[in-house]
Design a protein around this ligand. Structure first.
Ligand code: SF4
Length: 109
């Protein structure tokens, strides 16, 4: 049986594909790489909870948000993980609520 999150994501995909474009960026999630926001502040950037977003050899991150994982407009690596631009990428599901005031002040993530 699918998890509640899986059912929500499937319902979201059905909905968003049945309506006109809601936002700039990809239709499913609004992912875009034009800035000025950045995935590097978002809790869904892999490694972010541990204090520092994980980066590959080219400096790109990976996203674990369930909608992004279903967004075919976002590129995948050889392991099927979604590739994000930590400096200039963002989407409509961004969540930077995990950043503490001290991290905000000293930029230590
Ligand atoms: S802003 Fe969107 S694409 Fe970027 S890490 Fe957060 S959920 Fe993923």
């Amino acid at each position: 049986m699918p998890k509640a999150t899986d059912r929500l994501v499937q319902a979201w995909l059905l909905f968003v594909r049945s309506i006109p474009q809601l936002w700039t960026g990809s239709k499913v999630s609004g992912y875009a790489e034009g800035g000025p926001y950045h995935c590097g502040d978002c809790k869904y950037a892999k490694g972010r909870k541990e204090g520092m977003p994980w980066r590959d050899g080219q400096g790109r991150g990976r996203c674990g948000h369930p909608v992004i994982e279903q967004d075919s407009a976002v590129r995948v690596d050889e392991q099927g993980r979604k590739i994000i631009n930590l400096e200039h990428g963002c989407c409509e599901f961004v969540d930077d609520s995990g950043i503490t005031p001290m991290q905000e002040i000293f930029h230590i993530w």
